[in-house]
Design a protein around this ligand. Structure first.
Ligand code: NAP
Length: 473
């Protein structure tokens, strides 16, 4: 057998589909999996003139790849990645490159890159989004690591990636070091938040307007034709319209237990933001919302002790639908501002040199958060003056807010008045209000802090640090 251009380890759903995608673009790829039966089955089903399998040993697998070698790891994040690296380590040569395409925590990527560097082995932390369909037909790919490694991997990445709205590959060199895995982590945090924003809209429509799941799908379908167009709205229609197989005429979604799972990427994003002193309230609230949902037993007990409160000023549905649409759009836009702020701050602190226009572009297609809004953000960053330090400072973005803010206020106040929890829609609005307000109540906080702890304060009318004896003892 001739040597292959790339190797891939890990044949669960993502690795298997990625290998098939690579082979379908005429790159020779050899695959390996810890459980050898899986490799045998996979090759029996999908093996062809570009797709090979190795079941004898990892060293045979390594020896089958052209040097300098490129080896993708697509195994479970965490310890399995370290286990695979440990096994590969003695088998690799200087200038070989390991590309971790799983959802690894970016700080692990920093550690692994440093561990392999003394032996001259390159390590690329690479985010891949799009789920199993994306991996097979075109994901959005977020590689970090050095520019030289990107140049080396680029032909394969560009061939297998999805295409953006202008036909370019949804891949870019995100930046140095662990930036690829960091940006993938934030991408997943965005996924949490956008889904929670949409869930709050669904909750409002079913509870305040007694709409059925298919009725809500009709409204979301209308939303998805305009500026809210997105993969998540598209799949919502399918989820909301799915009939239940056990209950005649019922919607499946009405029988799904209201307890959300999570794998941790939203929590990582929120924790990272806190550590960097960046505000991402919408992601944090989305994580909290899942935590609250998971507490089903307590919620059920407490709901029996509190009579629901509903206001009396519910507008007719046809008036509410456009308000909600603008409220959703502004909420998502405000949340994007938070995430971009986090990426900007991390890039500055870590020296990654990420490009927000490019990140928006490669999220236009292939990934789970693909959406019309990303095209708008891509164009906005391209047009933005260099000094722009926040999404809200881009004039086109601020104009979009100006158009939506009155409806956003209206929709949040109606929902809250009628007793529905909207933590992400509400926090997106509060973030926007706070960030565009030059008069915070922090003066009052500083007074309290100085009173009880002599923490001092600054003044608006003169320079220096001040402390006051506030009471007469
Ligand atoms: N599923 C998705 O939609 C999705 C989307 C984007 C990214 N990702 C990320 O992509 C990666 C792969 O995801 P997945 O869902 O395809 O698979 P997965 O369930 O996360 O991982 C299963 C794979 O890991 C291997 N593995 C586990 N422990 C190992 C160890 N100690 N040593 C060697 N191999 C080990 C398994 O080998 P065996 O067959 O021998 O058990 C199998 O190939 C993950 O990091 C995941 O978070 C997943």
């Amino acid at each position: 057998m001739k040597k292959t251009q790339i190797g891939l380890i890990g044949l669960a759903v993502m690795g298997a589909n990625l290998a098939r995608n690579i082979a379908s673009k005429n790159f020779d790829v050899i695959v390996y999996n810890r459980t050898k039966e899986k490799t045998k089955e996979f090759i029996k089903q999908y093996g062809n003139e570009h797709l090979f399998g190795e079941t004898r040993s990892l060293s045979q697998f390594v020896a089958s790849i052209e040097r300098p070698r490129n080896i993708i790891i697509m195994v479970q994040a965490g310890k399995p990645v370290d286990a695979v690296i440990e096994e590969l380590f003695p088998l690799l040569d200087s200038d070989d490159c390991i590309i971790d395409c799983g959802n690894s925590y970016y700080r692990d990527t920093i550690r692994r890159e440093a561990y392999l560097a003394p032996k001259g082995i390159h390590f690329v932390g690479c985010g891949v989004s799009g789920g199993e369909e994306g991996a097979l037909h075109g994901p959005s790919i977020m590689p970090g690591g050095s520019g030289e490694n990107y140049v080396r991997l680029r032909p394969i990445f560009e061939a297998i990636a999805a295409r953006d709205f202008n036909g370019w590959a949804c891949v870019t060199h995100i930046g140095w070091g662990a930036s690829g895995h960091f940006v993938k982590m934030v991408h997943n945090g965005i996924e949490y938040a956008v889904m929670q924003i949409m869930a709050e809209a669904y909750d409002t429509l079913r509870k305040l307007y007694n709409l059925s799941a298919p009725g809500i799908a009709d409204i979301f379908e209308d939303y998805s034709k305009g500026k809210l167009g997105s993969y998540l709205f598209d799949i919502s229609l399918k989820v909301l319209r799915k009939e239940d197989e056990f209950q005649d005429g019922a919607s499946l979604v009405d029988y799904i237990l209201d307890r959300a799972g999570q794998k941790g990427t939203g929590k990582w994003t929120a924790i990272d933001a806190l550590e960097r002193n960046v505000c991402v309230p919408t992601i944090a609230e989305a994580v909290f919302a899942r935590n609250i949902s998971a507490n089903k037993k307590l919620r059920t007990e407490l709901s029996a002790t509190f009579e629901e409160f509903h206001g009396k000023n519910l507008p007719p549905l046809n008036k509410f639908i456009p308000l909600l649409k603008n409220g959703l759009y502004a909420s998502i836009l405000s949340a994007y501002a938070q995430w971009y702020d986090l990426i900007t701050q991390a890039s500055r602190e870590e020296g990654w040199e990420v490009n927000l226009a490019e990140i928006s572009r490669i999220w236009e297609w292939g990934c789970i958060i693909r959406a019309e809004i990303l095209s708008f953000l891509h164009e906005s960053f391209l047009d933005a003056p260099e000094w722009v330090s926040h999404l809200f400072a881009i004039p086109e973005v601020m104009s979009a807010f100006r158009e939506s803010v009155p409806d956003w206020h209206g929709v949040v106040s109606i929902i809250i008045e009628h007793g529905i929890a909207v933590p992400t829609i509400g926090s997106s609005l509060s973030y926007f209000e706070a960030m565009t307000d030059n008069e915070h109540p922090a003066n009052y906080l500083q007074g309290l802090r100085d009173f009880f702890g002599a923490h001092t304060y600054e003044r608006t009318d003169r320079k220096g640090v001040f402390h006051t004896e506030w009471s007469d003892k």
